[in-house]
Design a protein around this ligand. Sequence first.
Ligand SMILES: Cc1cc2nc3c(=O)[nH]c(=O)nc-3n(C[C@H](O)[C@H](O)[C@H](O)COP(=O)(O)OP(=O)(O)OC[C@H]3O[C@@H](n4cnc5c(N)ncnc54)[C@H](O)[C@@H]3O)c2cc1C
Length: 442
Amino acid sequence: MLGAGAAGLAAARDLSHAGLRVTVIEARPRIGGRVLTVHDPRSPVPIELGAEFIHGEAAETLSLAQAAGLAVVELPDTHELARAGRLKPMGDFWGLVDRMNRDLARRVASRGRDFPVSEYLESASVPASRRGLLRDFLQGFYAAHPDRLSAESLAVETVGGDERDEVAGKQFRIANGGDALMKWLRDGLDPDRTEVRLSTVAESVRWKRGAVSVTCRGGDRAPLPAVSARAAVITLPLAVLKAGVVRFDPALPAKQRALARIETGQVFKIVLRFREAFWQGVEFLKERRERSASNGGLGGLTFLHAQGAEVPTWWTSLPVRSPLLTGYVGAVRAEELLAEEPPSRLERTLVALSDILAVPRRELEEQLDASATHDWRADPFARGAYSYIGVGGNDAPRALARPVEGTLFFAGEATSGAEIGTVAGALSSGRRAAREVLRVLK
Ligand SMILES: Cc1cc2nc3c(=O)[nH]c(=O)nc-3n(C[C@H](O)[C@H](O)[C@H](O)COP(=O)(O)OP(=O)(O)OC[C@H]3O[C@@H](n4cnc5c(N)ncnc54)[C@H](O)[C@@H]3O)c2cc1C
């Protein structure tokens, strides 16, 4: 097993339960991959620097979290538009997204081919008022450049039913921290049949039908013994596979073609801890929220969307109250911010937040206790945040997932079509790969 992220752990668990011997090779000194939870005694809630939300459709993650006995909280579905200190309810945010996906499905069907989502956004049928909002959503949620994002890949989400999935708009969070789910998966590995080798970087995979040998080095670059097995499950992140830093011998040209049609999304996510949650103050909200009927019963701030801002998406820790605010931006603006030095990223984040909430920057700085972020693009074992499907690439995750000669098996979020880019996709891909291995080896 290459990689001890969500996909690798889920696959290893099923394989070890089925009685196979499994060696998990993990480059980092920790498990979890792009689930990275920080437990800081000064923070009242866990800080998620990678994955955070369970999106409503992700039944598999919810049921695993339930089996693990974890506390899952549902987030208030309150989205507000923020501009220069004025807050306006967005209404049915997910309804807007759903409408876009349905329009895309119709257009893909009538054109008979895929096209970049940017063509749809620029078309006359999308009102200007919605264009910026949808562009921000696609860049934030999918970390996607709209001019590279496949229309067909979004359109398929609505295929199979006109009715919106009842839980589609819902979002959940594991109150214990996402790492608790990763730890539960690892603790479930049969110790007699499973070995997890941390700080072990795979360098090459030499294979022939029925035999694999993986050469490795340690975190200090010292060579480590090769791992041999009858089969290997590869759960390396898309961008690591694309970079070619793990060599396959013989090479895998069909996988190269699939990789070329899946895109790596970049994200800048930053968690700010303030001395107090001033944004939840009654006076603070009264001054900023429009007085209108639709504001009745909004409760505290949950999600803020500031169209065009350098860091346009913000959320609080509701339903748990805490002095944490998280800023999020994907794709183009994330790449611009990640090109800056870390102090400048924080500075620009505070400037954006100051504009959005109409709180002087000096005041924000005085209130700020600490900030935390992780640069996934610069991380050699991720090289990016998460994947999305490029134009014409709708079948590429399936092609990437396809086993090779009953010997190499592939899992990871990028191999999951409908749930690409998510923990849910990673988990279900790991379980799918385990079933494929068992069909061959058992
Ligand atoms: C900032 C951010 C926010 C996110 N938010 C969400 C969210 O809210 N909800 C959601 O569902 N998803 C979210 N995601 C996506 C989610 O984190 C991923 O889709 C998921 O965790 C991927 O799991 P995986 O097992 O496919 O890959 P990974 O978790 O990346 O696992 C792959 C493993 O391979 C290891 N590895 C890499 N190279 C080597 C090597 N050479 N040798 C050995 N091991 C190697 C890595 O260290 C890693 O542990 C977010 C991601 C990021 C970065």
